[in-house]
Design a protein around this ligand. Sequence first.
Ligand SMILES: Nc1ncnc2c1ncn2[C@@H]1O[C@H](COP(=O)(O)OP(=O)(O)OP(=O)(O)O)[C@@H](O)[C@H]1O
Ligand SMILES: [Zn+2]
Length: 743
Amino acid sequence: MSTDQPRSDAAPAEQDPTTWVRVALDVPLAGLFDYRVPGRVEPGARVIVPFGRRELVGIVMETPDVPAVAAEQVKDVIQVLDDLPAFPADWLKLAAFAADYYQRPMGEVMLPSLPGPLRKPASYQGARSAGGPVARLDARAAKAARPRTSRRGGKRREEEGGEDMPDPAVRSPDDASAALAPVLPQLNEAQEAAVDALAGLAGFKPVLLHGVTGSGKTEVYLRAAERVLKQGRQVMLLVPEINLTPQLEGVFRRRLEAIAGPGGVAVLHSGLADGERLEAWLRAVRGQARVLLGTRLSLFTPLPALGLIVVDEEHDPSYKQQEGLRYSARDLAIWRARERDVPIVLGSATPSLESWHHAQNGRYLLLSLPQRALASAPPRIRLLDTRNQRLVQGLAPQLLKAVGERLERGEQSLIFLNRRGYAPVLHCDACGWVSGCTRCSAYMVLHRQASGAPGGAARHELRCHHCGWQHRVPAACPDCGNQDLQPMGRGTQRLEEHLAEVFPGARVARIDADSTRRKGSAQELFARVHAGEIDILVGTQMVAKGHDFQNLGFVGVLNADAMLFSHDFRAPERLFAQLMQVAGRAGRAGTPAEVYIQTGYPEQPLYQALIRHDYAGFARYALRERESAGLPPFAFQALLTAEARELAQAQEFLAQARALPERPDLAGGTDLSQCADLARITLYDPVPLRVVRVANVERAQLLAESDSRPVLQAFLRAWSAALPRLPAAARVRWHLEVDPLEI
Ligand SMILES: Nc1ncnc2c1ncn2[C@@H]1O[C@H](COP(=O)(O)OP(=O)(O)OP(=O)(O)O)[C@@H](O)[C@H]1O
Ligand SMILES: [Zn+2]
C-alpha cells in the first residue's frame, strides 16, 4: 500500500493478506470499482483511490473473494480513511435503495451526501492535513473546551470514554430540564389528541398531520420529539428551507436543547460552510446531537439512535432535488422510517395529493388539527373579479383600499406576486420588438438594479432567468431605433415601486430571490417584518412558507391565474397549496384578517374551494380528476429528458428510446420484454419542453408510465441500461427522473 500514513500496529515483517474491495465513487459511470488493499477493510469504510489521473474518495461496498477483472489490472487503494467508523449497514442499504430506485450510480447517492471535507482527498493529504478534517475539528473543539473540562464536562467525557467529543457541555436530561425548562403552552383538544396518538405508536407508522395554517403543528412535533428524546433516541426533523425560517429554527433549538442539552440540536442546510456542515453532521452521526433539523440533504445523515422522523410542510416541492440524484427526501424518509421501524409524521395544511390519498385509504394514519391555535377564525378569503375592473398597475381599487385601511390600523399587509424582476419583458410599441434572450427561447426580464447614490436614478438591465445572461437595456429599439422602449407587465420590483408611490408614508419591503441574494439578508428582512418595521411586504413564494407573522392583517394575491391553465397536471395542486399557504400567513395572532385574490376566473372550482378553506373538497375533486385520467397517485411515472444542440437530435434519441420495447435491435438486442411486463408500460410521444432552448441547448422529454410501481421500476432498470447503446445516444445528454414533480 502506498499510504503515507503508517498503519498503527501492523508488524511490517508480516505481510497482510490482500483484500479486494468494491468501491462506490462519485463518477457518472454505473457500477462499482475494484481495488486492492492489504489487510482487512469493512464495507462502509472510506478509501482514497486512484481513478484515471485523479484521486477520489470512495466508499467500500463489498469485499469480494475475487475481483471482477484480472487481478493484475486492479490498482491499490492509496489510503484507508479510519477517522470515522465504517458507515453502518442501514445507511448503506438506504443508499443502495435510493440508487436503485432513482436509477443512479451508488457513489452519486452516497458521496454528495457527505460533508465536503470527508470526500476530498486533499483534506487528508499534505503536511497540514493533521490527520484529516475530523481530527482537526476534534482538536480544535478540545482546545476550545479545555477551561471548562474540569467542571461538568470532564466527568462526562471520561464516562463517554473518548476525547472525540467536541462539545463538552452536553448535559444529561435531568439537569438540563431543571435549568432551562421553557413554559409550554397548554395544548388544545386537537393537539392533545394528536400528541396522544403519536405517543401510542410503536414501530413504523406513517402519520399525516393535517393541520390548517396556524393550527399549531409545530407544537405537536415538539411534544412528539421531546418524548422520543426523553427515551434517549434521536429525532430527524426535515423542513423545506431553513434559512428562510430562522424563527422556526429558534423555536426548535430553544425547546429541544432543554432536553437534548446545548449542542444537542444539529442544523444542516446547504447554506453552511464546509466546516460548519461537518461539525453539525459529526455531532448527529456520533449521537451527540439528538435532534437533526435540516433541509432535504439531512435525510442521508447516518443516525445511530433514530426514533422519529418529522417532515414539515411535506407537500413542499423543495423536498425534491432537481439535479443529479433527483430524489424526494420525503419519500426516502418514509422508506428510512420503515427500515428503522420508527414512526414518521408528515405535516401540512395542504398535503400532497399522494399523501392525502394514502391517508384516505388507510395506509397513513390521519390526524387533524381543524382549527387555528390562537385565532378564532381563519382569514376571510375574497375573490376580486378582474374582468369588469379597471386595474391600475395591475391592482384592483378594493385591494389598495384594504391595504390603506390596514395601514391606518397599524397592521401589516402582504402582496403576493410570484414573479420577480421589474417587468417580465421589455417591448417596443413602434415595431413590436420584445426582449428575447438570444440563447434561450424565453424573454429577458427587466430588472432594476439597486441605485448607487441615495436618490440616484435607478438603472435597469435585462436578465434571462433561464441561462443567467445579463446585459444593459438598449438605448433604442434594436430593430427600428425607437427610443421609447416600454416595460410590459410587472414583477415584484415594479409593484414595490408603485406601492411606495401610492402609500408614501408606508415602509415597503420586498422579499424575493433578488432581494435576498446576500447571505443573511433574508433573515434580516424577515426579522424586520417580525419586529414591525415593515408595513407593506411584497413577495414571491418565499414569503408563503411557514412564517408565523404576528401582525399581518391583509394578503393580496396578484396574477394567480397564470398557473390555472398550465399544461402540467400538478399545477392546480401547487396553486391551491400556494394560495392556501400564503393566505394562511394572515391573522395568525387573532385579529380578523382578509385575503383578496385577483382573478378573471372566480367560478373555477379551485378558487371556490379556496374561499371555503376546503382542502378536503379540493383534494376530493382533484383526486377524482387524477383517477379518471389515470394520473398519479393512481399511476407511476418517470420522465426521460434529452438535451442536444438541436431539438431534432433530442427528439430522435427519445423516439428511439420509445421504440426500444418493440425494436430490441436498436440497442444491440436488449429485449425489454424479458425484464418487465411491457403491457403495463405506456411510453408517450416525445415532446419539446415548454422552454425548448436554454443556453443554446434544446430539450425534449418523454413520459413513461405504469399502473404498478414495481413494473415501472423493473422496466426503468432495463431501459436505462440500454439507453446508452441507442444509435442517437452519442449526440445527446439525457437523464431519467423517477416520480417527476414537474412535467
Ligand atoms: N396550544 C397552543 N396554545 C397557544 N398558542 C399556540 C398553541 N399551539 C400553537 N400556538 C401558537 O400558534 C401559532 C401557530 O402555530 P404554528 O406556527 O405551529 O402553526 P402551523 O400549524 O405550523 O401553521 P402553518 O402550516 O401555517 O405553518 C404559533 O404562534 C404558536 O406559538
Ligand atoms: Zn437565456
